[in-house]
Structure formats: structure tokens, C-alpha cells
Design a protein around this ligand. Structure first.
Ligand SMILES: NC(=O)c1ccc[n+]([C@@H]2O[C@H](COP(=O)([O-])OP(=O)(O)OC[C@H]3O[C@@H](n4cnc5c(N)ncnc54)[C@H](OP(=O)(O)O)[C@@H]3O)[C@@H](O)[C@H]2O)c1
Length: 238
């Protein structure tokens, strides 16, 4: 697979290492020194972005014009016209993109756990939810894209606090408190390779056409869920 990588920073450089350690992948890098344009991008099988959100947004017209499938992990921006309208625009052009605020495959388990916690109010009187996230000091967006996804998964207002310290890769804790008990759910990213691994997995899904993704903008988590449902492992289960 010929990958055009946008951003060779803390995360992008790990994607290069990972892709080049596997047979059949080549990576061309685009950054401030070599800016992406439709004509430079169009000869690739897939574009992967680990640019900061504002930079990614500025290149969206070029990415669309290239006609190449996109996997983006960029955070801290909003889709032009809103996510639904943008997905429709991509679908109208026959383009398939995957986006995710957190490419951890384990985050799918967290999604299921958060869904269990959101029903707590039916059982527990006066449940309060709080979300705390910690990241490295050079992270630009706050709260993190992952914290905003957790809030969306929870489906209710939750107070989010953010901390920026050292070189923390990503720590998220959701706490549910009542006057008699406390439940905490923590996800800690131990190594940024985790995100490169998820992004490469998504790129491979786009290029191999499995699972069958219709044109439009797909959420990484939903793509993983669809894969799990259709995977041979699942078919073998009783
Ligand atoms: N979805 C996920 O799982 C996940 C995981 C980790 C990070 N992220 C997100 O990915 C993004 C990048 O994170 P990071 O920590 O890897 O960033 P980083 O270390 O700051 O690297 C950013 C890269 O983008 C390039 N860049 C910045 N502005 C540019 C522009 N206008 N034109 C071209 N290139 C530009 C930089 O190039 P120069 O060196 O030339 O400036 C650098 O190579 C952030 O939004 C972060 O939140 C997502």
C-alpha cells in the first residue's frame, strides 16, 4: 500500500516505523517542508493524517480533490458544515474516509463499559459523572478529542477537567459518584505506537475493502465494530 502520511511528528513518525516494518507498504511524508497538494497525493492508495486539527482542515479541499481514501486522527477541529453534511459531501463524490479521535483498538471495550455506566441513573440515586484527562504539554486541543467522544458516548452533561504535564501519552478517567459509592473507569495509553497501529489497521481496511464501507465519513470505532461483527472469529462463536 502506498501511504501518504501527513505529519511526521510524535505519532506520524511511529506510523512510518510500523508501516515500513511490514511487507508491501511504502510511506511518503508531507509536512511544512513538503506541503500536500492534490497532484502530489493522487498517486497514493491511502492518506493518513496526524496533523494538528487546524492544519488538517486547511488541506481538506486538496484531500478531496486527490480522490484518495483518508484516515485521519487529527483532533481539535470541526468538520466543514458539520459531520453529517460533510459525510454527505464525501458520499456524493464517491469518497470513503475514516476519522477517529483515538485509534486505540481497546477503546472499543471502553465504549461498551461507558454504555453500561450511562444507565446508572436508573439504579443509583443522585449519580454524578466527572471526566478527567491528562496529556503531554505540547497537546494543542483541550479537552482532548477522546474526552469529547466519551462525553458523547455517555449521552449526558459531564464536567471535564484537563491537565497538561510531562510527556503523558493519554490518560482518561470517568468517575461516577453517589453519596455511598464511587466507580472509576480509566484508560491509559502506554505507548503512542498504539495509535499508529490503529491508523494502519484503518488504512488497510479502506484499501482491502473489508469491512464493506459505503462512501462517506466513518467513525473509527464503528468501523472496528463492523469488522468484529463480520469477522470469522465471531462466526465461529456459538
Ligand atoms: N486519533 C488518535 O489516535 C491520535 C493519537 C495521537 C495524536 N492524535 C492527534 O494527531 C495530531 C498530531 O499529533 P502529534 O502529537 O503527532 O503532533 P506533532 O508531534 O506536533 O506533529 C505534528 C506534525 O504536523 C506537521 N504540521 C503542523 N502544521 C503543519 C502544516 N500547516 N502543514 C504541514 N504540516 C504541518 C508538523 O510538521 P513540522 O515538523 O514541519 O512543523 C509535524 O510533522 C493532533 O491533532 C493529535 O491530537 C490523534
Amino acid at each position: 500500500m502506498k501511504i501518504a502520511l501527513l505529519g511526521k511528528g510524535k505519532t506520524g513518525r511511529l506510523l512510518i516505523e510500523l508501516a515500513e516494518s511490514r511487507p508491501g507498504h511504502t510511506v511518503s511524508v508531507f509536512d511544512r517542508a513538503r506541503r500536500p497538494s492534490a497532484s502530489l497525493l493522487e498517486h497514493h492508495d491511502c492518506i493518513v493524517s496526524f496533523l494538528p486539527g487546524d492544519a488538517f482542515m486547511a488541506y481538506i479541499p486538496d484531500l478531496i480533490a486527490s480522490g484518495v481514501p483518508v484516515v485521519t486522527g487529527s483532533t481539535g477541529f470541526t468538520w466543514p458544515g458539520g459531520r453529517t453534511a460533510f459525510s454527505r459531501e464525501l458520499a456524493g463524490k464517491g469518497l470513503t474516509w475514516i476519522s477517529g479521535s483515538n485509534f486505540s483498538l481497546g477503546m472499543n471495550l471502553v465504549y461498551t463499559m461507558i454504555h453500561a455506566l450511562r444507565d446508572a441513573e436508573a439504579l443509583l440515586q443522585g449519580a454524578r459523572y466527572e471526566l478527567h484527562e491528562v496529556h503531554h504539554t505540547s497537546k494543542k486541543d483541550s479537552p482532548s478529542g477522546t474526552a469529547l467522544s466519551w462525553k458523547e458516548w455517555l449521552g449526558r452533561e459531564v464536567h471535564i477537567t484537563s491537565e497538561r504535564t510531562g510527556d503523558v501519552t493519554g490518560l482518561h478517567t470517568l468517575t461516577l459518584t453517589t453519596s455511598h459509592e464511587k466507580i472509576s473507569l480509566t484508560h491509559e495509553a502506554l505507548d503512542r505506537k498504539l495509535f499508529a497501529e490503529g491508523a494502519l489497521w484503518a488504512a488497510e481496511q479502506l484499501c482491502t475493502g473489508k469491512p464493506d464501507l459505503a462512501p462517506g465519513l466513518h467513525e473509527f470505532r464503528e468501523t472496528v465494530q463492523r469488522y468484529l461483527i463480520t469477522s470469522p472469529l465471531n462466526e465461529e462463536r456459538p
